[in-house]
Design a binder for this molecule. Structure first.
Ligand code: GCU
Length: 712
């Protein structure tokens, strides 16, 4: 059941435009009927449980009743989810049985809460799926054909139940199941950049979900709905505040509110994490210093950790942005990042909490090139961190650009666990206005071969600890839900939350399979429509790159990180401008990071560094990231660079227009409200893509001194 990228394609699922997936007809009744589809607001995300069409007939034989053993809050959640989901999917409620068995029972339990599961004697198999994994098996118990969802823990049982429901939501066969899954990564965390005043840094979907003025007394129903959505993907924690952390997040009155949220999330397996402001001992604690080597400071953090664990016994830990973009940190006191992380780690260690320390640092006294700085700072500290510290590294060395090469700290750091930070909010990728599916971008990142231990040392393998053994593994998404009815602003941005969760469970899942699943669950099971939407999604990131920053260009924006501003040459720091990165002049364009340039390529292992260094072999998608080229540099297509650049921008704008036309063709296949809301945003995207094309090309034409060739 677990398909690799290759198997997904081989199984024919990649191109499934027809009516059958996995042997089942998948046209939904709704899509077939002429009745207009009822409007939807998107609130239900991918948990709509729309009837799967003809497949329901077969499902009804397999799912005739449910038996969920145990009565903890988590088991009640499982029971309720299965009952309501199955009623919606099959069009009829199924009875719940408490004891005994009948044909077609779906049984859920753990060895701890179910004698029936214990009697199956699956201990060895369960041992293999760990604390959060599960087994789903079609089997016979007492000679009755049943489906068993078994796990070592109740959270594993919850994940297994959502997996089972996903199979039905996507029209997959459920008659002969033999599934064993366990998450590849330990920490699978959402990171909300939410501020205590309800605003969200780089948030594009309304205000913060957390109603601080109502907590802890009043609990918005969205808190549980949020945790349920996370649990449906196996996301097991959330950092609820901005990395530019307000110290008041650690104040006693706030912590009581935080605890109330954590109580709601606990039965869903979503653990609470907080961003800590490194200067909190001063600003909150009234100490004279936040020097990590000061005993009083260490004592303050210990007392704070004890206080937090008194309120939130399963608190996950602190995420820290230190000495970055004006945030306080250990370097303020002449100490290293390791000193800073370790003082917090010592405070959390007795409670088994972790410190997640960000590598998003770029002090300009380290190196003139921003792309090189984090690697230089952190490599020299490798091995100097406490065992409960992990380093959180953005996918690329700059900052969530539409395309970056992988960050050289992946594979580079050997002794300190490294986890990946990706961004679902689309800060630099059209925010909640452009349709950009990031599954493909993250797949490109995970598939990048670091060569840290020879060929095949992909980022995915580094992350799961297969290259350098790692005590802690994980992945964090700077994430998008806010108070908008549809959670994410753009209906398609939900797919990025979804894709993050699925990839954190298994970074080797094909982006195409994820897009397929999400579309089926979110919009329709109609095979032809699914194929059309999936193709729109699969090409959307490359489209965005083409009309904004192709061929390795990056950071051609200004403060809002949305509109084109290649001329941006004034900012509080040079590395916040655009000209710092593209360096366009009449001679050419691009940043020379080769060995003859500033040597950034040397941060990669051979042969990656040689590949990037050699202009004839460097992938053209990274050309201007690593090389400075004359305007008449000859590209692989035979065109000169200027003409190729123009062609890319023209192509991107055309592709954006094609997205719009394709979506129009789906009128009637998607409910009118969501169809229109997406169409409205596509209109913005088409206009923006033309603006990007025209403004960038006009600006660069001033340097290239060449005419802009007409679009072919
Ligand atoms: C980007 C983003 C900031 C954010 C920073 C970070 O620079 O624009 O708003 O604070 O990343 O990741 O810390």
């Amino acid at each position: 059941m677990k398909l690799s990228r290759r198997e997904f394609v081989a199984a024919g699922l990649a191109g499934a435009a027809g009516l059958c997936v996995g042997g089942y007809p998948t046209r939904s009744n709704a899509a077939e009927s002429k009745a207009p589809l009822p409007d939807e607001d998107g609130y239900r995300l991918w948990l709509r449980y729309a009837p799967p069409g003809d497949a329901a007939k077969i499902y009804r034989k397999v799912v005739q009743q449910i038996r969920v053993d145990g009565d903890s809050a988590t088991m009640v959640i499982i029971r309720d989810e299965l009952r309501s989901a199955i009623a919606a999917l099959l069009g009829n409620a199924v009875p719940r049985i408490e004891n005994g068995l009948a044909d077609g029972t779906v049984i859920v339990g753990t060895p701890g809460n179910s004698a029936l599961i214990r009697d199956l004697k699956w201990a060895a198999d369960l041992g293999a799926v760990g604390d959060e994994g599960f087994i789903i098996r079609s089997t016979r118990v007492g000679n009755k054909p049943v489906t068993v969802i078994a796990a070592n823990t109740e959270i594993g049982a919850l994940y297994g139940s959502f997996h089972f429901l996903r199979l039905m939501q996507t029209g997959r066969p459920i008659g002969k199941l033999d599934i064993a899954e366990r998450p590849a990564l330990q920490l699978r965390l959402m990171n909300h950049w939410d501020n205590p005043d309800g605003t969200i840094e780089r948030g594009y979907a309304g205000r913060s979900l957390w109603q601080w003025n109502e907590l802890p007394g009043k609990l918005s129903p969205r808190y549980a709905d949020y945790a349920r959505a996370c649990a449906s993907l196996g996301i097991n924690g959330a950092v609820i505040n901005n990395v530019n952390a307000d110290p008041r997040m650690l104040a006693p009155e706030t912590l009581r509110k935080v605890a109330a949220l954590a109580d709601v999330w606990r039965p869903y397996g979503v653990r609470m994490y907080l961003c800590a402001n490194f200067a909190a001992p001063v600003t909150l604690g009234g100490l004279a210093t936040a020097d990590p080597l000061d005993q009083k400071v260490a004592g303050w953090w210990k007392a704070k950790a004890d206080e937090i664990y008194g309120l939130v016994p399963d608190f996950g830990g602190f995420l820290v942005k230190a000495n970055s973009e004006g945030q306080p940190g250990p370097k303020t006191y002449g100490r290293t990042h390791a000193d800073g992380a370790n003082v917090l780690a010592d405070a959390l260690a007795p409670h088994k909490g972790n410190v997640i320390w960000r590598a998003f640092v770029y002090d300009d006294d380290i190196d003139p090139d921003r792309a090189k700085r984090a690697y230089i700072e952190f490599m020299r500290l490798d091995g100097k961190f406490r065992p409960n510290v992990v380093i959180q590294v953005k996918n690329g060395p700059i900052d969530f650009q539409p395309r970056e090469p992988f960050h050289p700290l992946f594979g580079g750091m050997k002794q300190t666990p490294v986890i990946a930070e990706i961004q679902a909010t689309q800060e630099y990728l059209g925010q909640a206005k452009h349709l950009v599916y990031l599954g493909t971008m993250w797949q490109e990142f995970f598939d990048s071969d670091t060569f840290a231990k020879g060929p095949g040392s992909t980022v995915a393998k580094v992350l799961v600890g297969r290259i350098h053994p790692s005590r802690i593994t994980g992945m964090v998404s700077v994430t998008n839900p806010g108070t908008d009815a549809n959670w994410c602003g753009h209906h398609f941005s939900q797919a990025n939350w979804y894709a993050f969760g699925r990839l954190a469970w298994n970074p080797e899942l094909p982006a195409e399979k994820i897009a397929d699943e999400w579309t089926r669950m979110t919009f329709t099971n109609d095979g032809k429509t699914v194929a059309v939407i999936r193709d729109m999604m699969m090409g959307s990131r490359e489209t965005f790159v083409n009309y904004t920053m192709p061929l390795g260009l990056h950071h051609m924006i200004g403060g809002d990180h949305y509109a084109p501003q290649p001329w941006n040459d004034r900012a509080p720091r040079a590395d916040w401008t655009a000209v710092y990165y593209h360096q366009a002049s009449t001679d050419g364009i691009g940043f020379d990071r080769t060995k003859r340039g500033d040597g950034a390529v040397a941060q990669y292992f051979p042969p990656v560094c040689d590949l990037f260094d050699d202009i004839s072999r460097c992938p053209e998608k990274f050309l201007l990231w690593f090389h400075r080229c004359a305007w008449d540099y000859r590209m692989k297509s035979g065109k000169i660079l200027w003409d190729e650049l123009c062609a890319k921008y023209h192509e991107g704008a055309k592709q954006a227009a094609a997205l719009q036309t394709t979506w129009q063709s789906l009128a009637g296949k998607i409910d009118p409200r969501r169809h229109k809301e997406v169409a409205d945003r596509l209109a913005i995207q088409v206009a923006d893509s033309a603006k990007w094309r025209d403004q960038i090309l006009q600006y660069f034409a001033g340097f290239s001194k060449r005419p802009i060739p007409p679009s072919s």
